[in-house]
Write a protein that binds this ligand. Structure first.
Ligand code: HAM
Length: 410
């Protein structure tokens, strides 16, 4: 038996319906904030992601050469694609631009619960607003979108400036290495990286950054940074709206393009792979031939949200099964159409079996059987049988449709 590739999943109908429901809620919340959906290709030129994504992601990419010999990759994330699209055709739109997306991404990671090689992200990108209001909007929207899904989570908001200020004596490449250790929360690797660069004295202040309870404490540790006013304004806005978050200036983020505010969210009931959202302020457009525009966004790990909220009951849907003698197949199709036109899910029997076997099948898959025997076909009626109660009545097609539609409304 052939199996699906490692790190991928199949979704059966119940799970697909749950996923679509949650996805739809996320879209709806984003729409109300003014974020309209966009879509970009599943694969891109490799260099789009090698320019600024960071070593971690580059090593995990599904890269290939197309038949023309061009280096390509399946997208490991969507932000770079959206900014490429902005540079290609989005510059005509008034700023700020508010876009959202729901897309699958591919990373060759070691699969485990909540970590897949194909996974879906729901994300937003706010392009062209370089203000505390923009940073705060993206965090508030993230909070709203996550809440709509029913997941319980802890939000942490930080800013890269204090950390970069502490690391400013290190070369840029060394800063990246240290920040990658911070991002992975790998204390041993962090200590080794600092030691190697003669910067062990930074170990304590870096650890303290993530322990700060207030923004004021951050500047006591890192000293004054030029971004201070912006940081204070962003956090004050979040506080004014009662957003439930914790300051965390130890957030480094795994991708290299972030420049300012950064934030992450963690589901309360997941194990090691509990990060369900990551985002922040960044600059990418200038690398792709566009203007150096400030942007801010986030991506939610949709699959992790689904694991966290678990299976939930779907709203029951009324189903009818058309049971019909073989000579009346066309009438059966007409009857099914009348129900479908009224929004009812109608399934005709395709197995060419007797009426008794058809009714038995309908009893397993439907709520009502609409029976078309000789008498009903001659009289132009249908027999509507409630498959739960066994009650049945011979009525007109219109009456039957009305009865079933009313049942669905109950
Ligand atoms: P990221 O942190 O790399 O950020 O990914 C966002 C989220 O995708 C993670 O928090 C996690 O929930 C989910 N995720 C990542 N890898 C996997 C995986 N292998 N399996 C399941 N879920 C996974 C970004 O991708 C940025 N583009 C976010 C962003 C948008 N920043 C600004 N705008």
């Amino acid at each position: 038996m052939l199996q699906k590739p490692r790190g991928t999943r199949d979704f059966l109908p119940d799970e697909m319906e749950r996923r679509r429901l949650i996805e739809q809620r996320m879209r709806e919340v984003s729409r109300r904030w003014g974020y309209r959906e966009v879509s970009t290709p599943d694969f891109e030129h490799l260099e789009l992601f090698t320019m600024k994504s960071g070593e971690g992601i580059i090593q995990e990419m599904y890269t290939f050469e197309d038949k023309g010999g061009r280096p390509m990759t399946l997208r490991p994330e969507v932000t770079a694609s959206v900014l490429r699209m902005y540079v290609n055709e989005g510059k005509v739109f008034p700023k700020p631009i508010r876009w959202c997306y729901f897309a699958d991404c591919f990373r060759y990671e070691r699969p485990q619960k909540g970590r897949y090689r194909q996974f879906w992200q729901f994300g937003v990108e706010l392009i062209g607003a370089d203000t505390a209001g923009a940073d705060a909007e993206v965090v508030m929207l993230a909070d709203d979108v996550l809440r709509s899904s029913g997941v319980t989570f802890d939000l942490r908001v930080g800013h890269l400036a204090p950390m970069k200020h502490l690391l400013s004596d290190l070369a840029l490449g060394d800063q990246r290495t240290v920040m990658a250790c911070l991002d992975k929360r790998d204390r041993e690797a962090l200590a080794a990286a600092l030691d190697k660069r003669g910067a062990s004295h930074l170990s304590d202040p870096l650890a303290a950054l993530s322990e700060c309870q207030t923004v004021a404490e951050v500047f006591e540790i890192a000293g004054d940074v030029p971004e201070r006013a912006r940081i204070e304004e962003t956090f004050a806005l979040l506080d004014s709206q009662g957003i439930d978050y914790r300051p965390d200036f130890g957030i480094a983020r795994g991708l290299d393009y972030y420049t300012g505010m950064v934030f992450e969210g963690f589901a309360r009931n997941l194990g090691a792979e509990n990060q369900i959202i990551g985002g922040g302020a960044y600059r990418l457009a200038h690398l792709f031939g566009g203007d150096d525009v400030a942007s801010c966004g986030f991506a939610i790990g949709f699959d992790r949200v689904m694991v966290s909220i678990g299976d939930f009951a779907l709203a029951p849907e009324t189903v009818i099964g058309v049971v019909c003698m073989s000579e009346a197949r066309e009438r059966g199709l007409e009857v099914a159409r009348a129900f479908r036109d009224a929004g009812v899910r109608a399934e005709v029997n395709l197995m060419e079996r007797g009426m008794g076997a058809q009714i038995a099948h309908a009893a397993k898959t439907a709520d009502f059987a609409v029976i078309l025997g000789k008498r009903e076909v001659d009289a132009g009626t249908v027999t509507l049988r409630n498959l739960h109660s066994g009650e049945q009545q011979e009525i007109s097609l219109g009456e039957a449709v009305a009865e079933v539609a009313q049942h669905g409304d109950r």
